[in-house]
Design a protein around this ligand. Structure first.
Ligand SMILES: [Cu+2]
Length: 487
């Protein structure tokens, strides 16, 4: 793989329709929005009890005024649990519309999963209670109401759900102030459109923002010591896909993906992170001089395959201030400020990973992802279907091993496909080799234009109705979702 400069050279030299010219939304510009860097805020920890959904009258720097919150904050409080713990909370809906909570990546019983057929009405409440089955890892929670997921997540309702276990604990990974959750999103701040100002082109393109926020902070910086850090990356953006890279070209050391730790660290020059996906990286600042800075940004990519080139360039946002999908955007700057009291080393082995054998699969299912033409809503289909709350689309046997093929018939969009309440492992991509974020247990996988991605899945052990959908939230709300009935 190449450094950023070489990448741009390759892109330009290859004649692909991407521009190496610095565009107005890139760092250092002034386009009427907040361009001054602001210190990162670490989300509060959940203290237990209720999670109240409400609209705050206060101003949030990342959202303008009146953010929608869970637990009175945005991001919502970070929930920390141990594997095998019972977790419970009461959702109290003080919004003026229905909401619910989906526990993204968490292996919950179907009636705890936040299916949109079971909304919590305005003024209502409900208990969520389940035993945590997941391995140690970075999961998250957000509302999933019918046709309003994009709006509620965008307006501020999302938080981390972090699971620990003894296998992870034995590794002595960076902890405390050196274990940092980073919720990466984008907002329309520079264009001055507060709230979720939805326009027709936001359906095909997804609701792309003009300003990157991390933990709700626009243009964030984070002061670090010269030690080893664990960053838990979560792409909580509605639609923006990131291809993360350090500006100095140092590799990213990936230790975990959606479903927790890998067997061993994987190094990569750039890391794909689609909406809904997580990855954990270790960053060693021990050789960085105090006073230096390190920028994490998302490099330019085309709408081709996972090599980043090919195809036509990304779609624009609905206004000229919104960078298109695939534009180079800054994520966060790390400022090395002080000496660390102690170092820390990157383990060579991480965890035991059960490997699903595709040869044992009892069934192969194909999910065709397509764009209907000549319509303004209901564009996005799976197997020619638009989502229907009550229709049962696929019947699955509990605990079965199955092969799923995500077959894109769409030449213009990358679709991050997400399954509720179960996990899978990526087998192959028709467009080329697997990337670093295809490793380990996954619940969300990027499907590039016209690509077929094969995964081997373990069906939930709980009966009931789960969902399979595109995690570009405007595609999901537009209908790119089907029901999976587990029996
Ligand atoms: Cu999609």
């Amino acid at each position: 793989m190449s450094t950023r400069r070489e990448f741009l050279k390759t892109v330009v030299g290859g004649g692909i329709a991407l521009s190496a010219v610095k565009l107005p939304w890139l760092a250092g510009c002034s386009h009427g929005g907040t361009t001054e860097r602001q210190p990162l805020v670490i989300p509060d920890e959940f203290a237990g009890g209720m999670l109240v959904a409400s609209v705050l009258s206060a101003t949030s720097s990342g959202l303008g005024t009146q953010p929608w919150t869970l637990g009175g904050r945005t991001p919502a409080p970070t929930i920390r649990v141990r594997k095998a713990d019972m977790f419970s909370t009461q959702l109290v809906n003080n919004l003026a519309e229905p909401t619910n909570i989906h526990w993204h990546g968490v292996l919950v019983p179907a009636d705890m999963d936040g299916h949109p057929k079971e909304p919590v009405a305005a003024g209502g409440s409900r208990m969520f209670s389940y035993q945590v089955q997941n391995r140690a890892g970075t999961y998250w929670y957000h509302p999933h109401p019918h046709q309003a997921t994009g709006k509620q997540v965008y307006l501020g309702m999302a938080g981390f759900f972090i699971v620990n276990d003894s296998e992870e604990q034995a590794l002595g990974l960076p902890a405390g102030a050196f274990d940092v959750p980073l919720l990466i999103q984008d907002r329309r701040l520079a264009s001055g459109s507060p709230g979720y100002a939805f326009q027709p082109m936001d359906i095909p393109n997804g609701y792309l923002g003009d300003t990157i926020t991390v933990n709700g902070v626009p243009n964030a910086y984070f002061e670090v010591a010269t030690g080893l850090y664990r960053f838990r990356l979560l792409n909580g953006a509605n639609a923006r896909i990131f291809r993360l890279q350090f500006a100095d070209g140092r590799p990213l050391v990936v230790i975990a993906t959606d479903g927790g730790l890998l067997e061993a660290p994987v190094t990569t020059d750039s890391l794909w992170l689609g909406p809904g996906e997580r990855a954990e990286i270790l960053v060693d600042f021990s050789k960085d001089p105090i006073g230096s800075s390190l920028l994490l940004h998302s490099i330019e990519f085309g709408m081709g395959g996972p090599t980043g080139g090919g195809g036509h360039a990304g779609h624009g946002g609905s206004t000229s201030t919104v960078p298109p999908q695939g534009a180079d955007v800054d994520i966060i700057r790390f400022d090395v400020k002080r000496a660390a009291a102690s170092g820390g080393s990157i383990p060579t082995k991480l965890a035991t990973l059960e490997k699903l054998d595709p040869g044992t699969a009892s069934k192969t299912r194909t999910f065709e992802l397509a764009m209907r033409q000549g319509v303004t809503t209901g564009l996005h289909t799976i197997n020619n279907l638009l989502f229907d709350l009550a229709r049962m689309d696929e019947q699955l046997a509990a605990q079965a091993i199955e092969i799923w093929e995500f077959k894109s018939l769409d030449d213009g969009n990358i679709h991050p496909m997400h399954v509720h309440g179960m996990q899978f492992q990526v087998i192959s991509r028709s467009s080329g080799p697997l990337n670093a974020n295809d490793m380990g247990w996954k619940d969300t996988v990027l499907v590039f234009p016209m690509e077929t991605v094969r995964v081997v899945a373990r069906v939930s052990s709980y009966p009931g109705m789960y969902l399979l959908h595109c995690h570009t939230l405007e595609h999901e709300d537009d209908g790119m979702m089907i029901n999976l009935q587990v029996t």
